[in-house]
Design a protein around this ligand. Structure first.
Ligand code: SF4
Length: 373
């Protein structure tokens, strides 16, 4: 049995750790590429949201490398994500691929099926070992998020373009190689040190940009065409609305970003008072909060045909007007080119910089989320 799953940002660091700890075989799909998008789009329904097409492409490439057991989180919605596993299964079967698909549904009424599935996937390893492996993998996820957050906050100061991203890559490697809590602790110190030691240009003034939007798009740099890195290069201190930990451990506490769901929903209430699936309500709430915290602009990332984010996109112009904060919605699909996104981000960064000088208090730092202060 060779297990595979689709890519989603740094999820791979977490799941490879889980299966390595369990000594269960897996196959990583090749990094997402233009080919991934093309084969995914070729086999998927035309109006499926783009993350579905990309993940279908990942799964096909994993099967081509020898995977025969596919895992995918599933649920009841409320957006299409809940039906991805079933759609992927049908799409791949119709395309003639041989595999077994195991949807992982984290609902009380599906607990029995979930336990049965995990029991099969863990290949006779003990439950105690499985629980230990999950705990360890979640610790890695939290550390990855903290490192990514540090990179988002410091990239604008890079003396040499790409230095923070290169340090982050090395940091991932340190985390990957850790196989005990002691090693992970050491890796944490060394990884942060790598980031802190990146030579900085102390003379610059940053702009402050928040990123909101659909979680897959926000978390996956291939899919969002490197928006975070591009903003960093343009001199932006960046904060994200969503981190991998929010998705893996949906406690509603937002431990990395530092703003609990109830605060976000409260902030969104004047514009949107009920959930619309996905991150729709959070995109609106975070945009409001970013303004309150003194950010200069918000970039909203949404996949083409994404229902919840299309609703948020309809509301955000009102937030922008009421609160006087520029918001750029970027709709991304398999046809979107990096150059087009780069041009729009450049113009947006110029606008944010102009406003920082003229409208916001020059030099004033945003009121950062309490745990970051
Ligand atoms: S949030 Fe949007 S893009 Fe993501 S699965 Fe749901 S509908 Fe699709």
């Amino acid at each position: 049995m060779k297990i595979a799953w689709p890519h989603m940002g740094s999820l791979e660091v977490v799941l490879t750790s889980l299966f390595d700890e369990m000594e269960v075989d897996y196959i990583l799909p090749p990094p997402s590429s233009q080919r991934t998008l093309e084969i995914g789009a070729k086999h998927s329904p035309e109006f499926a949201c783009v993350p579905l097409k990309t993940t279908v492409g990942n799964l096909i490439e994993a099967i081509e490398k020898g995977a025969d057991t596919l895992i995918m989180v599933a649920g009841k919605g409320p957006c299409r994500f809940g039906f991805y596993a079933e759609t992927q299964r049908r799409v791949l079967e119709e395309a003639g691929y041989q595999f077994r698909m195991f949807p992982l549904e984290f609902h009380w009424d599906k607990l029995f099926e979930l336990v049965k599935t995990i029991n099969y996937l863990k290949q006779g390893r003990s439950w105690a070992r499985f629980v230990r492996a999950v705990r360890f993998a979640l610790h890695k996820a939290y550390l990855v998020d903290q490192l990514e957050q540090q990179a988002l906050h410091q990239r604008w100061q890079d003396k040499q373009e790409g230095a923070t991203s290169a340090a982050l890559k090395k940091a991932y490697q340190l985390i990957r190689e850790s196989s005990s809590f002691e090693e992970l602790d050491r890796a944490r110190r060394e990884a942060f040190q790598l980031l802190y030691e990146v030579p900085k240009d102390e003379g610059r003034e940053p702009i402050y940009i928040g990123i909101v939007g659909e979680f897959y798009l926000v978390l996956d740099p291939f899919f969002n065409l490197g928006t975070e890195e591009q903003l960093g290069r343009l001199g932006a201190y960046v904060e994200r609305a969503v981190y991998l930990t929010d998705w893996l451990r949906p406690s509603g506490k937002n431990p990395v970003g530092g703003v609990p769901d109830r605060v976000i929903e409260e902030a969104a209430r004047p514009y949107l008072s009920h959930t619309v699936g996905g991150e729709g309500i959070k995109s609106v709430g975070h945009a409001v909060l970013f303004k309150k915290e003194g950010f200069d602009g918000v970039v909203h990332l949404l996949p083409f045909t994404c229902m919840p984010e299309t609703i948020a996109k309809g509301i955000l112009p009102m937030v922008s007007k009421d609160l006087d904060i520029p918001i750029l919605s970027l709709v991304i699909d398999e046809q979107t080119g990096k150059a087009g996104v780069a041009t729009r981000l450049e113009a947006f960064a110029d606008l944010a910089r102009f406003r920082r000088k003229k409208v916001n208090h020059r030099g004033m730092l945003p009121a950062f989320r309490t745990h970051l202060a």
